[in-house]
Design a protein around this ligand. Structure first.
Ligand SMILES: Cc1cc2nc3c(=O)[nH]c(=O)nc-3n(C[C@H](O)[C@H](O)[C@H](O)COP(=O)(O)OP(=O)(O)OC[C@H]3O[C@@H](n4cnc5c(N)ncnc54)[C@H](O)[C@@H]3O)c2cc1C
Length: 365
C-alpha cells in the first residue's frame, strides 16, 4: 500500500482481515495523510488539515473496532456558524426547527423554503447513499456482468419518480449558485449554504457540478449512521488514523513511515512492486495506491509502457478559489459575538459579496 492516509489504512486493515500480508509505506514520519493531529506549537495539538468527521462509515467503525482503539466522536452543533460583516452571527443548528427559527430572523420565506428543500435533498441523497459501499457499476451491455451491474443500479432507484430523476440530474450537473438563486431570496441565507458547500472545490459556485455538495453533505455517517452527521473527534482527526493504524497492526498490517515510494514497478501492464527513494526494492503481488491519481500515475516506472487503460497524469494545475484557515480557539481574538459554542463545527467568515463569478443563463432547478 502506497500511503497511510485514512483510506490506505482502512483498505490495508480489510485486506489483512481477508488474510493477505500487507505492508503500508508512508512518505511522512507519521501516518494519517490529511487526517492528522499535529503539534503546531508547544502543547498546542490541532487537526492540521481535515477537522470534521462526517462520513466515516459505521461499518468501518465496528468492523475495525475503532472504539476499542480510542475513537470517540461528538456531534457538531451547530454544524456551522457564520458571522456577517454587520455583526449578525448565524448558527446552523442540526435540529431543523431550531435552524428554521434562526433563518426566520433573516427571511421568513427562506426559512419555510429551507424546510421544503431540506426534505427534497434528504430524499434524493438517500438514493445515492447505497453507492457509497459498492464498487462503481461497469455498465457494458455487451457482457453479462454489464447487465447484472445495470440491474443492480436499477434496483436502487426502484420507486423513483421522473421528477426526482430530473432533480437528481440537475444536482449532479447543475451549479450551486443557480440552485440558491432559484430557491432563496436572502443573500445571507445563500451565504450560509455557500459556506457549507463550496469549500474544497476547485472553482466557484456557478460552475457546473457544484450543486452535488448539497446532496453529498446529506449522506450518512458516524457510529449511528445519521443523515448529514458531522462530528468532532476527541483528540483531533489524527485519533481516527491512529485508531485505524492500531487496528491494522492488530490484524497483522506492517506500517513503515518515512518510506517514500519513488516508483511503482509496472511491467506488462501489471504492478510488480515498488522502489523506495533510497533504492530499496519491494516485490508485491498487488500494489494499491492511496496517493492521489496524479501522483500515483506519475510514479509509474518510466521503463514500462503504459497499459492502454492507464490514465495519463494530467498537468492541469490545482487552482482553488477558496481560502480557509482554522484557528485554534486559544489563539483567536474573535469578538465575543462571533465566538463559537464549543461544539460548533466551524466558523465561516463571509464576504460582503458572497456570490462571485459570472451568473448562469437559466435555471434548471
Ligand atoms: C485542508 C483540507 C481540509 C479538509 N477537511 C476535511 C474535513 O473537515 N472533513 C473531511 O471529511 N474531509 C476533509 N478533507 C478531505 C480529506 O482530508 C481527504 O479526502 C482525505 O484525507 C483523503 O484521505 P486519503 O487517505 O484518500 O488520502 P490522503 O489523506 O491524501 O493520504 C495519502 C497518503 O499517501 C502518502 N503518500 C503520497 N505519496 C506517497 C509516496 N510517494 N510514498 C509514500 N506515501 C505517499 C501521503 O503522505 C499521505 O499520507 C480535507 C482536505 C484538506 C486538504
Amino acid at each position: 500500500m502506497v500511503g497511510a492516509g485514512h483510506n490506505g489504512l482502512t483498505a490495508a486493515s480489510y485486506l489483512a482481515r481477508a488474510g493477505l500480508s500487507v505492508l503500508v509505506l508512508e512518505r511522512r514520519d507519521i501516518v494519517g495523510g490529511c487526517c492528522v493531529t499535529e503539534e503546531i506549537a508547544p502543547g498546542c495539538r490541532v487537526s492540521t488539515t481535515s477537522y470534521i468527521a462526517s462520513m466515516l462509515r459505521p461499518e468501518v467503525i465496528s468492523d475495525l473496532r475503532l472504539r476499542d482503539h480510542g475513537l470517540r466522536m461528538v456531534p457538531c452543533d451547530p454544524a456551522i456558524q457564520v458571522p456577517f460583516p454587520d455583526g449578525h452571527v448565524v448558527p446552523w443548528w442540526t435540529d431543523r426547527e431550531r435552524a428554521k427559527a434562526e433563518f426566520k430572523k433573516i427571511s421568513s420565506k427562506d426559512a419555510d423554503t429551507f424546510v421544503q428543500v431540506d426534505d427534497r435533498l434528504r430524499k434524493l441523497a438517500r438514493y445515492l447513499q447505497p453507492f457509497f459501499m459498492e464498487p462503481p457499476p461497469e455498465i457494458d451491455t455487451k457482457s453479462v456482468r454489464g447487465w447484472t451491474d445495470l440491474l443492480r443500479v436499477g434496483k436502487k432507484f426502484r420507486g423513483i419518480s421522473s421528477d426526482e430523476i430530473s432533480q437528481l440530474i440537475s444536482f449532479l450537473t447543475g451549479s450551486l449558485g443557480e440552485f440558491l438563486d432559484h430557491n432563496y431570496e436572502s443573500e445571507k441565507i445563500k451565504t450560509m449554504f455557500l459556506a457549507n458547500n463550496v469549500y474544497g472545490k476547485h472553482g466557484g459556485p456557478y460552475q457546473p457540478g457544484t450543486a452535488i455538495g448539497l446532496l453529498f453533505h446529506l449522506l450518512s455517517g458516524g457510529e449511528h449512521e445519521l443523515q448529514g452527521f458531522s462530528g468532532h473527534v476527541m483528540g483531533g482527526m489524527g485519533a481516527i488514523t491512529q485508531a485505524l493504524a492500531e487496528s491494522g497492526r492488530k490484524l497483522g498490517v506492517e506500517i513503515h513511515t518515512s518510506s517514500p515510494v519513488a516508483h511503482i514497478d509496472v511491467r506488462d501492464g501489471r504492478a510488480r512492486g515498488v522502489v523506495l527513494e533510497d533504492g530499496t526494492e519491494i516485490r508485491a503481488r498487488v500494489v494499491l495506491s492511496n496517493a492521489d491519481p496524479k501522483r500515483t500515475f506519475s510514479k509509474r516506472s518510466r521503463a514500462s509502457p503504459a497499459h492502454p487503460r492507464t490514465p495519463r497524469p494530467s498537468n492541469a494545475p490545482f487552482t482553488p478559489w477558496f481560502l480557509r484557515s482554522n484557528l485554534p480557539s486559544a489563539a483567536t481574538t474573535l469578538p465575543n459575538s462571533a465566538r463559537s459554542p464549543r461544539s460548533c463545527g466551524w466558523i465561516a467568515w463571509s464576504r460582503p459579496t458572497p456570490m462571485p463569478l459570472s451568473r448562469p443563463p437559466a435555471s434548471t432547478f
